[in-house]
Design a protein around this ligand. Structure first.
Ligand code: SF4
Length: 184
């Protein structure tokens, strides 16, 4: 049976930055849960961040002269298709809304998510849309103004680089089609 790595918050676990879950309900999701396919994981908590925690967004890295004070966060741009890839490649940081650098936590959480997927044999992931870790179609633009841009989060990109197919809660029928295909 194909297993599905799933964002813990979609199962209602209170792991989000605001201390809440984001439970997903509905036919397909309930069926996968009842079939025992779901492998819950929260990259940010596993990466060492607390609950609750300050909101964080991906921000393009800006270099500064040695000894100079840290620059304020610079907004990412909508041209960055995959900000999560930029984080993994050292070209962007994950910052909180007060400018604290939590990049290492996000990268560690992504690596642990990949390990968890590999350990459970999951070739598919269902991750929460919009998150700087779990987003797969959109994230936020680094300005903390609630502005979405096209892009994927850090965990999503690392999983996809390893060949794991990532879907959001907006694409459940596509995930179901892939499951059927893999289990023919
Ligand atoms: Fe954790 Fe991902 Fe849910 Fe954020 S979206 S709370 S990182 S599982």
């Amino acid at each position: 049976m194909e297993r599905i790595l799933v964002s813990s918050c979609l199962l209602g676990r209170p792991v989000r930055y605001d201390g809440r879950g984001k439970p997903l309900h509905g036919g397909l999701f309930e069926r996968w849960r009842n079939e025992g396919r779901l492998v819950p994981f929260c990259p940010e908590v596993s990466g060492g961040l607390p609950v609750p925690r300050p909101p964080a967004e991906i921000v393009l890295r800006r270099t500064s002269a040695p000894g100079a004070p840290s620059p304020p966060p610079e907004p990412s741009t909508g041209t960055v298709k995959s900000a999560g890839a930029a984080v993994l490649d050292g070209a962007a940081q994950v910052l909180t809304d007060t400018g604290a650098d939590v990049t290492e936590h996000f990268i560690r959480g992504a690596r642990l998510a990949l390990e968890g997927a590999e350990r459970s044999g999951a070739r598919i992931a269902l991750l929460k849309e919009g998150s700087p870790s779990c987003g797969s179609g959109r994230i936020y633009d680094g300005t903390f103004t609630g502005t979405p841009i096209a892009g994927a989060g850090v965990t999503t990109v690392l999983l996809e680089r390893a060949g794991i197919r990532v879907f959001s809660e907006d694409r459940l029928p596509e995930l179901e089609a892939l499951l059927k295909d893999l289990e023919k």
